[in-house]
Write a protein that binds this ligand. Structure first.
Ligand code: TXA
Ligand code: MG
Length: 342
C-alpha cells in the first residue's frame, strides 16, 4: 500500500480514507496520532495490528468538541466543565465512565471507561470536523519505539502500512498528553500519565488537590493506565541519563572505555562536551520545555546515526512541573539507568 502524504488542502481524501475504515496519521501539539474511525471495530482493530499494540491497552478518542463526548457519557464529574473550558483544545486527556456499548469494546480494551481529548492542531481539528466522526489516536509509532513528533517519524515507522499521513509540522510539546482520571464523580481527579498540563497547574486552576497514580510515585506496582506498564520509547542504542554535575566525567569516562557517544542537550551542556563526542542533537535552549520538545526526535535521530553510536547521553531535569513528564519518558527510554550508578 502507498502511504499518501496529505495536507490541509487534501482533507477530503483523508476523510474518504477514514470513512472506508482506513488509517490516517494526524498531527497534534503533543505527538502525531494514528487516526481511525472510533465507531468502526474493523478500523480500530487495524490500528492495534499496524502498531503491534497489546490488545489490553485502551485508546484515546479524539473529538472536535465536548458535545461529541456527551453522546457516549451520561454521568460527569463536577469538575468536567471547568477542565474542558480551561484546557480544551489542548494536551489534557480526560477519562469518563461511558454508557455500556456506546463505543466498540476494542477502543476501551474492555474497560468501563473511555478517554477523550480535543487536540489543538488546526489541520487535525479540520479533519475531525470534516469527517464528523470521533477518531482513535494512539501515538503513530510502532509500539515500544519513541513517539513520533514529525510526519517523517511516522513515515519511518508506518510507511506502506497505513493509507495516509496528514502533515502539520513538528509537534510543539513533544510528549503525550496528561491523562487525568475523572471517571468517579465522588473522587478528586487523578493523573495516570504526566504531560504538559502539570499537577501544579491543575491544582492552581482547580483550587483542589490533584492525586497522582501511586504507580508513578513507585508506591504501587500496577498502573491504573494499562499503557504505562509497557516498555516504551526505547531506541536500540543504550541510553544513559546524566545529572547536571556529571557531564565532563561521563564523557571522559565513557570515551576512555572506547565507547562512541551521542549527546542530546541544550547549549550550556553542549558547549562543555561537544568537542569530545561523536554525534550531537541540540535542544533549542536549556529549558525543560526545549528538552521535552526534542526528547523523542533526538532519541530517534541519534539512534539512527550512521556512526553507530554505543551510548546516547541525555540530561536529567528536576521532577517538578513539566520535568515530571520529561523524566517519566526519559527513565523508560533509559531503562532507569543513570551515568555513575553502574
Ligand atoms: O498526546 C496524546 O495523548 C497522543 C496524541 C496522538 O493525542 N496519544 C497517545 O495515545 O499518547 P496512546 O494510545 O499512545 O496512549 C494512551 C494512554 C495509554 O497509556 C493508555 O493505557 C491510556 O492512555 N488510556 C487510554 N484510555 C484509558 C482508560 N480508559 N483508562 C486508563 N488509561 C487509559
Ligand atoms: Mg503511545
Amino acid at each position: 500500500m502507498e502511504t499518501k502524504r496529505l495536507d490541509e488542502s487534501s482533507i477530503q481524501s483523508a476523510v474518504e480514507i477514514i470513512k472506508a475504515d482506513g488509517l490516517v496519521a494526524f498531527p497534534t501539539e503533543t505527538v502525531y496520532g494514528l487516526g481511525a474511525n472510533a465507531l468502526s471495530e474493523t478500523a480500530v482493530k487495524r490500528v492495534f495490528e499496524v502498531k503491534g499494540r497489546p490488545s489490553d491497552n485502551p485508546l484515546i478518542v479524539h473529538v472536535a468538541d465536548f458535545e461529541e463526548v456527551k453522546k457516549y457519557v451520561d454521568e460527569f464529574h463536577p469538575l468536567t466543565e471547568k477542565l474542558v473550558a480551561t484546557y480544551w483544545p489542548g494536551p489534557l486527556t480526560l477519562i469518563f465512565k461511558t454508557r455500556p456499548n456506546a463505543l466498540p469494546t476494542v477502543v476501551s480494551a474492555g474497560l468501563s471507561t473511555v478517554s477523550f481529548r480535543m487536540p489543538k492542531k488546526k489541520e487535525t481539528l479540520t479533519l475531525l470536523r470534516a469527517a464528523k466522526l470521533p477518531l482513535v489516536g494512539p501515538s503513530a509509532n510502532t509500539s515500544g519505539k519513541p513517539s513520533p513528533t514529525t510526519a517523517d517519524h511516522v513515515f519511518h515507522d508506518l510507511q506502506g502500512k497505513i493509507e495516509g499521513i496528514l502533515e502539520g509540522g513538528a509537534a510543539t510539546i513533544g510528549v503525550e498528553s496528561t491523562v487525568l482520571d475523572i471517571s468517579d464523580p465522588t473522587k478528586p481527579p487523578m493523573i495516570l500519565r504526566p504531560g504538559a498540563i502539570t499537577k501544579e497547574q491543575l491544582e492552581a486552576d482547580l483550587g483542589i488537590e490533584v492525586l497522582i497514580d501511586q504507580y508513578l510515585t513507585k508506591e504501587s506496582d500496577v498502573p491504573r493506565s494499562p499503557g504505562m506498564k509497557y516498555k516504551h520509547y526505547s531506541p536500540n542504542t543504550k541510553v544513559l541519563m546524566v545529572h547536571e554535575a556529571d557531564w565532563s566525567q561521563a564523557v571522559s569516562t565513557l570515551t576512555a572505555r572506547g565507547l562512541k557517544l551521542g549527546v542530546m542537550a541544550g547549549p550550556a551542556i553542549m558547549e562543555e562536551v561537544r568537542m569530545d563526542v561523536a554525534a550531537t542533537f541540540p535542544f533549542q535552549n536549556d529549558s525543560v520545555e526545549a528538552a521535552t520538545k526534542g526528547l523523542f526526535a533526538g532519541l530517534r535521530s541519534l539512534d539512527e546515526s550512521l556512526l553507530q553510536l554505543d551510548v546516547i547521553l541525555v540530561p536529567t531535569f528536576p521532577e517538578e512541573k513539566l520535568g515530571v513528564a520529561y523524566m517519566n519518558r526519559l527513565k523508560k527510554a533509559a531503562g532507569q539507568q543513570y551515568f555513575g550508578e553502574n
